[in-house]
Design a protein around this ligand. Sequence first.
Ligand code: SF4
Ligand code: SF4
Length: 441
Amino acid sequence: MEYLPNIVFALALIAGIGFFARNVKKLSRNIKLGKDVDVSDNRPQRWRNMARIALGQTKMVVRPVAGLLHIIVYVGFIIINIEVLEIILDGLLGTHRLFAPLGTAYNFLIGSFEVLALLVIVAVILFWIRRNIIRLQRFIKPEMKGWPKTDGNMILYIELVLMTLFLTMNAADFQLQQLGAEHYVKAGAFPVSQFIVPLLEGLSESSLILVERTAWWLHIIGILAFLNYLYYSKHLHILLAFPNTFYGKTRPQGQFNNLESVTNEVKLMMNPDADPFAAPAEETSTEPEKFGASDVMDLNWVQLLNAYTCTECGRCTSECPANQTGKKLSPRKIMMDTRDRLEEVGKNMDANKGEFVPDGKQLLGDYISHEEIWACTTCNACVQACPVSIDPLSIIVEMRRYLVMEQSAAPMELNNMMSNIENNGAPWPYNQMDRLNWVNE
Ligand code: SF4
Ligand code: SF4
């Protein structure tokens, strides 16, 4: 019986970490459904991007208020969770405040965690007010109805509860230390939780232990539950922002990737020495199975990683000129739809022994409409605005490629322009012979 709490704790830990590992495996399998892409270039630049954008949060502070609040929550949450290490060891070994022998350093750490916890609580409340009372435009767009709204609020509630439990646990511990309770070594500094202590005045030692133990258990169970909630939430970005910024685009933003087979064909057309009737060379005759993308499996794995990393912050949508002028396009929705479809494909595979069974659906058409795709001006404002290096434009371009090259389903204006280029060598509907007529006018 003496070791029962340790055993229960070990089982909870194994279950929490095991379930998380299972979800990570699924996540990795889903991302690998994407096509391969070469991201081995520019390694130093990639490391710098990750350090600057994911760790340094440099793109967040472009909007100073939200940026500062986000940094507080991010730093606070990460640093406070260092304490989780002590909690886990205490839980497994049956000790209490295992790191207390660190003395002054320990007091400083616990004191700093408390100040950060308070700042996180303040930031989370302000975030909640922005979402639910002020109702910032980017949080009330159509794609944010239902689960995305609930998810955004849920994360705030969980963080609030975890920080409150942490401070309550410390307050009860502090009081027990004052009472000289057995097992409760005098350690730690409590600059914030000391103000909660008056609420616990008058409680007996056993009641205080009950409060402290309940807060302790709920805190660690809450962290394990939150860890597993990540997979189902936009909060997954706290983990994926790092690989995503590393594998993000390092070429100039306006530079598109060319389809190799098309490039080879154009080069052949432009080469005056080429024999148009010659059989194609072996290496240039391999055409891709499909031009562009109509479903998630046609995208590359970095684009799928992008979809899982999206924080649904809406900075891209608020900068998008198409969205600003009332068009149906929202780059955030492009990313959310890609993730939803990828999840659907993943569940299909889970239900069919790891094989995808065609379900008659695809990303283009069932999730993202042609109207959205063609509303894009390809301005790159969304890519520039994204705080975690996501590239919604690349997905839009791949879908356009599919519509043009596989379906011949471009809007009429574009089809006219493309036939003019094909027939007249220019986008205008005039014969090449008439090009210089303007000279005589
Ligand atoms: S590239 Fe397209 S989706 Fe992105 S901001 Fe510009 S118009 Fe909007
Ligand atoms: S793509 Fe980037 S900017 Fe747009 S909602 Fe997602 S994280 Fe925010």
